[in-house]
Design a protein around this ligand. Structure first.
Ligand code: ZN
Length: 428
């Protein structure tokens, strides 16, 4: 099965499913339809250890499509795709329903009914594992609440309603839906528990918690349905999941809090509170071009659009884009949900969520091209750093090349640059 997942991922790669190839949603849906059916087919009977191996294969496949830096769990979550563990949970719990709703005269059904009536099944048996799983998913009531099996598959003479014509099918589809919902909600709870942890996934969860709370976690996050270009979608996905070139995403960023800003920012903002080159830094402070010259336009456009909806927070105060917390500005710029306590003028209370979705869609569309400019600047900068490494004096050469790339902004520092930084630049 692991080999088949790898082979399917390689096929997607050949069809253009890699960074810079097919639109990212197309590539992943192609991959999901080629690779995941193998897991659907047999995962119910696999051990935890085997599922762990498959989970690693799934994550490696995600890396092969979107690049090694992105966090696979975050990528799958944004796209609304299941991983090996969710699929196993759904299949194992559904298998239980299948066995319990077989007609009485079939031997396996009789056998399982016999096992079922034992008060506490042996936890090592498959019935025991199913009972524990259903409990873990919050569906423990299904274990006891199952109806007696129908005596025959043939429709009765007076069957009018769907559940009378096909009682087994009706019962199964109802339970399958409930199990699927429970498994996704269980996955959501596990993700939310990451918060407060020191990992990249935790910072993703912290930033995009509202997206994780969407009613259907098995559908993609709203920004992937926005009216933006496929390359802008890919850019947003990379920034949100750690696949961009931001230093913030490197694994050791959290372990040792060394200064991860670019050379330009370190020299020009010696007193800046930022240490990590993360999204708020890149969006609000960083001197890298071409975005640094566009920042004023970005802030103005976001301010105007936000104001046109006249949002008020839970205290009734008018919300202004420019006074929001840097983290919230970053989340919204990256297509995150608008906070649920914002009340918009011109929308009835029952249409408020639709209004917030409309505001989110407009803000995402405005921010997307600016985020592409940040990504371009990061690429240019990293190339400059790379070139400097060969010359053995990386700081000097990198700053030199960065400021060569900065061009105009070196003469006309944008808001936030201090005179002191400017002087330091002249000395260099
Ligand atoms: Zn910077």
């Amino acid at each position: 099965m692991a080999q088949k997942i790898a082979a399917a991922s390689a096929r997607v790669g050949r069809m253009g499913g890699r960074p810079g190839g097919l639109p990212v949603r197309t590539a992943f849906h192609l991959w999901a339809s080629l690779a995941l059916p193998y897991i659907h087919g047999a995962s119910a009977l696999l051990s935890d250890k085997q599922i762990e191996i498959l989970q690693k294969k799934v994550h490696r496949a995600v890396h092969s499509i979107i690049g090694k830096r992105a966090d696979p769990a975050a990528v799958l979550c944004d796209l609304g795709l299941p991983d090996a563990k969710i699929i196993r949970d759904i299949r194992l719990a559904s298998l239980f329903v299948r066995l319990q709703t077989l007609p009485e005269y079939l031997a396996p059904a009789a056998l399982h009914r016999f096992l079922h009536v034992k008060a506490t099944p042996d936890v090592k048996s498959i019935e025991g594992r199913m009972m524990l799983l259903l409990g873990r998913l919050g569906c423990g009531h299904l274990w006891q609440g199952i109806n007696p099996p129908a005596l025959t598959l043939a429709p009765g003479p007076t069957a009018a309603r769907a559940q009378d014509r096909d009682p087994i099918g009706h019962r199964r589809s109802g339970l399958d839906k409930g199990i699927k919902r429970a498994a996704w909600n269980h996955h959501r709870r596990l993700l939310l528990e990451q918060e407060g942890d020191d990992s990249f996934l935790a910072s993703y969860v912290g930033m995009f918690k509202q997206d994780l709370l969407r009613p259907r976690l098995d559908r993609c996050a709203a920004y992937l349905l926005s009216d933006i270009t496929p390359s802008q979608q890919a850019c947003l996905l990379l920034f949100r999941t750690g696949g961009s070139l931001l230093a913030h995403h490197t694994p050791d960023t959290y372990a040792n809090f060394e200064d991860n800003r670019c050379h330009g920012c370190r020299t020009r903002h010696p007193s800046s509170q930022d240490v990590c080159e993360n999204i708020p830094h890149a969006l609000l402070v960083c001197v890298k071009e071409p975005y640094a010259s566009l920042r004023t336009a970005f802030m103005r456009d976001m301010e105007e659009t936000c104001a046109s909806f006249r949002p008020r927070d839970d205290k009734g105060t008018l919300v202004k884009w420019s006074t929001l917390e840097p983290d919230l500005q970053s989340t919204i710029a990256l297509g995150g949900m608008i906070p649920r306590d914002w009340q918009l003028a011109f929308y009835r209370p029952d249409r408020m969520q639709a209004g917030r979705d409309a505001l989110r869609a407009e803000l995402t569309a405005i921010a997307a091209p600016f985020l592409q400019a940040i990504a371009r600047g990061l690429r240019t900068y990293k190339k400059a750093v790379l070139r400097s490494l060969a010359a053995r004096d990386k700081d000097f050469v990198a700053v030199w090349e960065l400021w060569g790339d900065l061009g105009q902004s070196f003469e006309e520092p944008s808001a936030g640059m201090t005179d002191r930084g400017q002087e330091t630049g002249d000395e260099e």
